[in-house]
Write a protein that binds this ligand. Structure first.
Ligand code: ZN
Length: 153
């Protein structure tokens, strides 16, 4: 049995969490040893990635992304600006990757550079002729797992 950590998006052993309902109950020991700035950056990153996994990025979401694009954290600012650009081109997730592959390779490259390689599900929605690049993208995706520097395992 374990509990889900909202920062690292993993199920961790229950012993890694504190009791009650505050952040200790929702953020694992590994993530709690990050600085507050690092924790916020992780939360914001998950928020931004969450927009990409939604079926549609709404105007409200875009407004939030514009706020995050002004973050003092360069990675968060860059991610938010990138997802804003993706949303402007293809607000709907369905066939987004296919459309990007056909028309906006530059955006796909920026996604790759930012660690936002498309998921297998997104590629399965793409053209069957793109099966080889799909495998390549997915292989990259699996190698890009979040790696904290305060090992818990
Ligand atoms: Zn965690």
């Amino acid at each position: 049995m374990g509990r889900y950590c909202i920062l690292c998006d993993r199920v961790r052993p229950s012993e890694a969490f504190g009791g009650g309902k505050d952040r200790r109950a929702r953020i694992c020991a590994k993530c709690r040893c990050l600085s507050r700035d690092q924790q916020n950056a992780l939360l914001h990153e998950r928020e931004i990635l969450g927009f990409l996994s939604q079926s549609h990025i709404s105007d409200t979401n875009a407004g939030r992304l514009r706020v995050l694009a002004g973050s003092a954290n360069p990675r968060i600012a860059r991610l938010a600006a990138l997802v804003l650009d993706v949303a402007a081109f293809a607000p709907y997730r369905r066939r987004r990757i296919r459309a990007l592959a056909r028309q906006r390779r530059d955006l796909l490259k920026r996604m790759e550079d930012a660690g936002l390689a498309p998921s297998r599900a997104e590629w399965e929605d793409s053209d069957p002729n793109d099966i080889d690049p799909a495998a390549a993208w997915y292989g990259w995706h699996e190698s890009a797992e979040y790696a904290g520097d305060c090992a818990w395992d």
